[in-house]
Design a protein around this ligand. Structure first.
Ligand SMILES: [Zn+2]
Length: 396
């Protein structure tokens, strides 16, 4: 009944809307051209996402491989290869992926950072993997498993690929890497973070940064949070606050103030950031990137999110920070000029670092103005045994 009552009004609405329709006599559109434009745009989107992944993988590889000797007990071995196959994509995407990236139904080389063993041996994106360590591999899972097994044994890895109808053989060997994989997080917020075991870079940050140098500055900073055990120390501080402040109050009053936890958690926050800046500058410089751009990167990030300027518990964009960054850059430059090893000055060097310090380093004192405010870095018992695990450098 209600529907029947509405009908005349609906008809009136349609009439009114028709009178508002565009009146220009638009040119006829060729549907083939429309289809070609759609494909062109899809190609742009695919290439753009691959370019971002490539940048993350390339810079992540450089930072992790060139700082392995400073990652102490957290060293793994890897080859930096990641494979794809058409099964990884939806049906409607496969044709484009095959055409643009050369991905096939068989395991196809996708990620291969320029400085990685595969790239140095001559492997390329689009190579179809046939054999790993003389064993036939039918899919990427088998290919990765065969590589993992060879790394575990510390063996050289012969890989037979098909390229343009030709069979080519490459022999690669895993190299040491900092055992903190760099992963993509599909969050649009301009941010990156470390969780003690991994480094996450948000998609928003990848869109924001303008060069490999800028991304290297961010990854170096986050790697320093992990190597300097800031996450673990924060949890320890918070737990102590809980035990020493919150728990007694709960026992006496029955009310949970949750103050000790908060105080403990925020303790040394700015000190951790200064330390991550300082140590991270070394990681970035050692990987061959230009650290002179780092201060301006943080300034741009502060402009993007002005809260960052005053939010003392995260990345402090204070004037002290920029002065400290410049001082760290000057310290690194000075070491370069004098042929000294590029190693950050840590108050109490872990045993594995002390052993590697050369005589020149031992003579130098830690710069007072750059010494971290937080607790000294955690001692380590020595280099971990060869883990043999291939690391996932970038996760889509
Ligand atoms: Zn930080």
């Amino acid at each position: 009944m209600t529907v029947r009552l509405c009908q005349p009004f609906c008809a009136l609405l349609v009439l009114l809307l028709c009178s508002c329709a565009p009146q220009a006599n638009l040119p006829h559109l060729d549907m083939d051209s429309v289809g070609a434009e759609a494909k062109f745009q899809q190609t742009l989107v695919l290439r753009d996402s691959v370019d971002k992944l490539d940048r993350l993988n390339r810079v992540g590889w450089d930072i992790r491989s060139r700082n392995a000797e400073l990652c102490g007990e957290r060293v793994v071995h890897g080859v930096g290869l990641r494979f794809l196959e058409l099964d990884d994509y939806k049906k409607e995407q496969r044709e484009l992926v095959q055409e643009v990236l050369g991905v096939s139904w068989r395991p196809t080389v996708f990620q291969i950072p320029p400085g990685s063993p595969g790239a140095l041996a001559g492997m390329r994106r689009g190579d179809i993997v046939l054999l790993v360590s003389n064993v036939q591999v039918a899919n990427k899972k088998e290919a990765h498993a065969a590589i993992d097994a060879a790394i575990e044994k510390g063996e050289e890895i012969p890989i037979v690929v098909e390229r343009g109808g030709e069979r080519l053989t490459f022999v690669i060997k895993a190299v040491p890497l900092c055992g903190y994989p760099v992963l993509l997080n599909k969050d649009p917020v301009v941010n990156a973070y470390a969780d003690g075991d991994r480094i996450f870079v948000n998609l928003g940050l990848l869109k924001f940064i303008q060069s490999d140098d800028e991304l290297a500055g961010v990854i170096g900073h986050e790697l320093a949070h992990n190597t300097q055990k800031h996450v673990r120390d924060k949890v320890t501080n918070a737990t102590l606050g809980r035990l020493l402040v919150d728990l007694p109050v709960i026992v006496l009053t029955g009310v949970d103030p949750n103050v000790g936890w908060q105080i403990g958690r925020s303790l040394y926050s700015q000190g951790y950031e200064f330390e991550a800046d300082y140590v991270g500058q070394y990681y970035t410089a050692r990987a061959g990137y230009d650290i002179r751009i780092v201060p301006n990167l943080w300034r741009r990030m502060a402009l993007d999110d002005p809260k960052g300027i005053t939010l003392g518990t995260t990345h402090p964009c204070t004037s002290e920070r920029f002065v400290a960054l410049d001082a760290a850059a000057a310290e690194i430059e000075n070491k370069r000029k004098n042929g000294l090893a590029l190693k950050p000055e840590i108050k109490s060097s872990p045993s594995w670092l002390a052993k590697k310090d050369d005589k020149k380093d031992e003579k130098k004192e830690a710069p007072k103005d750059l010494a971290p405010n937080g607790p000294s870095s955690a001692p380590a018992s020595g280099p971990a045994p060869f883990s043999g695990r291939i690391s996932a450098d970038v996760e889509e």
